[in-house]
Design a protein around this ligand. Structure first.
Ligand SMILES: [Ca+2]
Ligand SMILES: [Ca+2]
Length: 205
C-alpha cells in the first residue's frame, strides 16, 4: 500500500514536472522587436542578405537572395524602382512591394533562423503588421509596426526560439505601396540538424 502510494505520488510529481517544463519552454520563447537598426545589428551581428538591386524592376515570382527566400500570398511580388511615386516616402533604391496589398513572407532558404530585420515604409493607411511564424507556421509573435503613416524606418526581430519566417502585412497596400529593403539576417541554423549532427558525432566518440 505504501509503495503503491509512493509510486502514485512519484508519477504525479513527474507529470507535474513535465507540465512545468512545457510551460517554461513556451514562456521562454521571447521575440524582441527593434526599431533601432544600430541596436539590432549590435545585438544580432546580422549581415545584409538582400537589397533587390540585382532584381528586375516589375512583377516577380518568389525568389531567393542570400540565405533568404521571398514570397507573397497571393503571388504578387513587385520590385519598385528607386524613387517610385507609388509610395511615400519613396525608396532611395530598388525595393520590394506587392502588386496589390503587401502580404510578404521572408523565410530562411534552409531551416530556421532567429534574426531578420529590414528597412521599410508604411503608407497612409493603418500600420503594417509584422508576424513571426514558428516552425509549424503558427504565429509566435505579432507586432504593430512602429511606423507613423507615410514613414520609413527600421523593423527587426530577434527571437530566442528559431522561427520559420516573418510576414509583412500592410493595410491598403493595393492603394498605396508599402515597401521593404536592405534585409538583414543572421545565418540560418536548424536546431534539429544540429542535434542530429551531434548524435552522429557522438557515435564515433
Ligand atoms: Ca534597394
Ligand atoms: Ca502594393
Amino acid at each position: 500500500m505504501f509503495k503503491h502510494r509512493t509510486r502514485t505520488y512519484a508519477s504525479r510529481l513527474i507529470g507535474s514536472l513535465l507540465i512545468t517544463l512545457a510551460t517554461a519552454s513556451v514562456a521562454g520563447a521571447a521575440v524582441t522587436y527593434y526599431s533601432d537598426e544600430a541596436a539590432f545589428l549590435t545585438a544580432s551581428g546580422a549581415i545584409l542578405h538582400a537589397d533587390f538591386e540585382s532584381n528586375t524592376v516589375g512583377p516577380t515570382a518568389a525568389f531567393g537572395s542570400g540565405s533568404l527566400h521571398f514570397a507573397a500570398v497571393p503571388s504578387n511580388l513587385f520590385i519598385l524602382p528607386a524613387h517610385s511615386t507609388d509610395s511615400n516616402p519613396a525608396p532611395s533604391s530598388r525595393a520590394l512591394a506587392g502588386n496589390g496589398n503587401e502580404n510578404i513572407y521572408i523565410s530562411f532558404s534552409s531551416g530556421l533562423g532567429t534574426v531578420i530585420g529590414f528597412t521599410a515604409a508604411s503608407n497612409r493607411y493603418g500600420p503594417p503588421i509584422l508576424e513571426v511564424l514558428a516552425a509549424d507556421l503558427s504565429v509566435m509573435a505579432s507586432f504593430t509596426v512602429a511606423l507613423a503613416p507615410n514613414q520609413s524606418g527600421f523593423v527587426g526581430v530577434i527571437s530566442t526560439t528559431p522561427f520559420e519566417s516573418v510576414r509583412w502585412l500592410a493595410d491598403g497596400g493595393q492603394y498605396q505601396d508599402t515597401w521593404i529593403d536592405d534585409v538583414y539576417a543572421a545565418d540560418s541554423a536548424t536546431p534539429a540538424q544540429d542535434a542530429t549532427w551531434g548524435e552522429i558525432k557522438s557515435l564515433y566518440r
